[in-house]
Write a protein that binds this ligand. Structure first.
Ligand code: ATP
Ligand code: MG
Ligand code: MG
Length: 556
């Protein structure tokens, strides 16, 4: 596997190691909040954090950043672990939870109070927000800013005991209400939430804020490099303030990098959840979703996602990445690694008139034409086969490299056939093409070429008797604008859902070898694209999801 290219964070680590910092340890963490499924943006953070741990012989922790009991669920905790493992990463030690540190965090809060660095504010949340000021106006001190240590300790104990209602009191750091950095204007450290927590049950009614929890959890775990996205840059002074003023076991440092944004989709759990909750998609793992579970179901491989992320690089410049880069990554992987199969998406019967009724011949075909080591497959050729409707025309100019009445094509890995006539139904639609085959053309060119009609090309086919009926889902972009997250005033990203993002083809026919293959098996359907077996496959037949076409095809 190729080593990830260097980036500014790796350079910082190299420098730290050269200076002997952290006793030569490199410990990172991936800290999702369990309030949704992971998406492709998270994959960037995962590849960065776990990738660094891998290449420096360090460790990467998986820590659920679970300080918000309202929005979090066990389903998300399970899916996040599954997705990280699926990508091929292993976290060091147990799965960790910020909620596992609630006792320690509480003690740190008391420590701050004792140092005169935190106070209980009993103003209303509205008042606190108002007095915080904004970018142009400095904040104003709370009238409760100078309570005594003893009073603050007593009030904080009352908060913890449940003697206040939600919104009646908060614990704030005592920093600087005039700081140009709003994060430092006496940030709230603890708030009251009378909600059961998925990990700690009813034990707590006060919950620490992210900005308090994160640096201290990092310190507790001995994280050396705490990597987060750019929107946390202005929180860094608070991160450092807490590490500096508390008696912590380690001194982690925060570094920020740019988020991954992809066009034609949204990478925000809040928006993705809305798509799920309002039924615009079939769930978090709908193959149109940019979630890791959606991409997986779509047919993406872990390697393709890792390569995509590694090749993006890591910088501090925000940008929007073209969806076609992600598609190219999976196409590259599947082109090399997916076995080939024949599937006819829009079947048209082809009857070989000079082929005896019950003769069947098993033809050998490579599983991968460029990689003999993958081995071969066998396909039965019978008198009746299906070809794709788009591979036959009664008349066509010479650019059409498929079957035309009076002309010839090769049935791939089989014989050369010539179209002789068509059969129509009452409505005049062609329901059958009648042809003849030349028995002397298996693996070789026709000998007698005079007056046989043009040899136009090679098409795929499936035996009508042996082929398996199947259903194929063709996916397109979920949104019809490049940046659905930034639509005009008064519009919602939901107004830009692409109504044709899913097209289902019924009655397709796939080669019999695929009988019973498990979900998530991936193929290149020759001449059609890359497809993946869906878990909806069953007694009613196989269901395939198109991962991506054979080549870039946007805009159509
Ligand atoms: P969302 O806005 O989708 O809820 P989040 O940042 O709130 O994203 P978290 O669960 O807190 O989601 O994210 C866990 C980690 O993944 C964080 O370190 C976060 O910075 C990182 N991350 C989230 N989205 C992206 C993204 N688009 N690109 C890179 N990293 C991301
Ligand atoms: Mg977050
Ligand atoms: Mg979030």
């Amino acid at each position: 596997e190729a080593k990830a290219p260097s980036n500014f964070i790796r350079q910082i680590i190299d420098r730290d190691l050269a200076e002997g910092k952290n006793d030569g340890r490199v410990v990172t963490r991936f800290p999702p909040e369990p309030n949704g499924y992971l998406h492709i943006g998270h994959a960037k953070s995962i590849c960065l954090n776990f990738g660094i741990a891998e290449s420096y012989g360090g460790a990467c922790h998986l820590r659920f950043d679970d300080t918000n009991p309202e929005k979090e669920e066990d389903e998300y905790i399970q899916s996040i672990q599954r997705d990280v493992e699926w990508l091929g990463f292993e976290w060091a030690g147990p799965v960790r939870f910020a909620s596992g540190y609630f006792d320690q965090l509480h003690d740190y809060a008391v420590q701050l109070i004792e140092k005169g660095l935190a106070y209980v504010d009993t103003q209303s949340p509205e008042k606190i927000a108002e007095m915080r000021g904004n970018f142009t106006t400095p904040g104003q001190d709370s009238p409760f800013r100078d309570r005594s240590v003893e009073e603050n300790k007593a009030l904080f104990a009352k908060m913890r005991a449940g003697d206040f209602d939600e919104g009646e009191a908060v614990l704030r750091a005592r920093i600087d209400m005039t700081s140009p950095n709003l994060t430092l204007r006496d940030p709230v450290l603890y708030r009251i939430r009378k909600k059961a927590h998925h990990q700690t049950g009813d034990k707590w009614v006060i919950y620490p804020m992210y900005d308090f929890t994160h640096p201290l959890s990092d310190a507790i775990e001995g994280i050396t490099h705490s990597l987060c996205t750019l929107e946390f840059e202005e929180h860094r002074p608070l991160y450092d303030w807490l590490i500096e003023h508390l008696d912590v076991p380690a001194e982690p440092r925060q570094y920020e990098f740019a988020r991954l944004n992809l066009n034609f989709t949204v990478t925000s759990k809040r928006r993705l959840k809305l798509l799920v909750d309002e039924g615009h998609v079939d769930g978090w793992d709908d193959p149109r979703m940019p979630t890791l579970s959606g991409l997986r179901r779509r047919g993406y491989t872990p390697a393709s996602i890792r390569n995509f992320c590694d090749n993006l690089g890591v910088s501090r410049a925000d940008s929007v990445i073209d969806m076609s880069l992600l598609e190219e990554a999976v196409r590259d992987d599947l082109n090399q690694n997916a076995p080939r199969a024949f599937c006819v998406l829009k079947p048209l019967k082809l009857v070989i008139e000079n082929w005896p009724e019950d003769q069947e011949e098993w033809l050998r075909a490579p599983l991968h034409p460029q990689n003999e080591a993958m081995g071969s497959r066998e396909m039965p050729l019978t008198r009746e086969v299906y070809i794709d409707r788009e591979d036959f025309r009664e008349e066509a100019n010479k650019k059409y490299k498929r079957l035309v009445l009076g002309d010839r094509v090769r049935l791939r890995y089989g014989y050369v056939v010539r179209a002789e006539s068509v059969v129509r139904d009452d409505a005049g639609e062609i329901v059958e093409v009648r042809c003849s085959y030349d028995p002397d053309t298996l693996g070789k060119n026709p000998q007698n070429d005079e007056g046989q009609g043009k040899m136009r090309g090679v098409i795929h086919w499936v035996s009508a008797r042996h082929g398996l009926p199947c259903r194929v889902r063709l996916y397109d972009r979920l949104f019809d604008v490049a940046n659905p997250a930034r639509v005009a005033e008064g519009e919602s990203f939901l107004d830009h859902l692409n109504p044709d993002s899913l097209r289902v083809l019924e009655g397709c026919v796939v080669e019999p070898r695929l009988d019973g293959v498990p979900a998530e098996t991936r193929y290149q359907f020759e001449r059609e694209g890359y497809f993946c077996v869906d878990r909806d496959s069953g007694a009613d037949g196989l269901v395939f999801n198109r991962t991506v076409g054979l080549r870039e095809s946007w805009p159509r």
